[in-house]
Design a binder for this molecule. Structure first.
Ligand SMILES: [Zn+2]
Length: 162
């Protein structure tokens, strides 16, 4: 089971600051624009990336609801954007680093239930099922994630895996 969603597997040791968009080994991260703006968004909202999670990943827009943040985080997992995942993680629970598993391909997101998390709420939960492939095998993760709003921005706080 991938534990990166809830941060259990990630190191909490402090790391030296690094250039944004660059991994510690010097490898350059794929930029959010590496997915065409007209491609179907990985969160499966039905919209194209350029009208959905793309602007949120680039910082040109904020997710107005907890569910939108959840979707943008799923897309970030699917596209391999650890910096966005860290930036959208609440500082109180954010790991120091996040190593995404290259062997894992996130494929499907289903939002099962959303409680609060609207533009005027300060807390919200989103229950979802995410499907992935790893080494030819299909797996799924079911989690209820908690989000909190700070100003206009929603942040992921933590999750309980069902
Ligand atoms: Zn999207």
């Amino acid at each position: 089971m991938p534990s990166e969603w809830s941060g259990f597997s990630t190191s909490r040791l402090p790391t030296p600051p690094r250039e944004p968009g660059r991994l510690q080994n010097g490898e350059v991260l794929p930029s959010p624009s590496s997915l065409s703006a007209t491609a179907r968004c990985p969160c499966l909202s039905g919209n194209v990336y350029g009208d959905c999670c793309g602007p949120i990943h680039r910082g040109d827009a904020v997710a107005p609801t907890a569910e939108r943040l959840m979707r943008s985080r799923f897309s970030a997992f699917a596209l391999g954007l650890p910096q966005y995942l860290l930036d959208s993680w609440h500082p109180s629970t954010r790991p120091a680093t996040l190593d995404l598993d290259d062997g894992l391909r996130w494929q499907l997101l289903e939002i099962l239930r959303t409680v609060n998390g609207g533009p005027f709420d300060t807390v919200g939960t989103v229950e979802f099922r995410a499907t992935y492939r790893a080494g030819g095998e299909r797996g799924e993760l079911r989690e209820t994630s908690t989000f909190t709003r700070d100003g206009k921005r929603w942040f992921y706080v933590d999750g309980v895996i069902d």
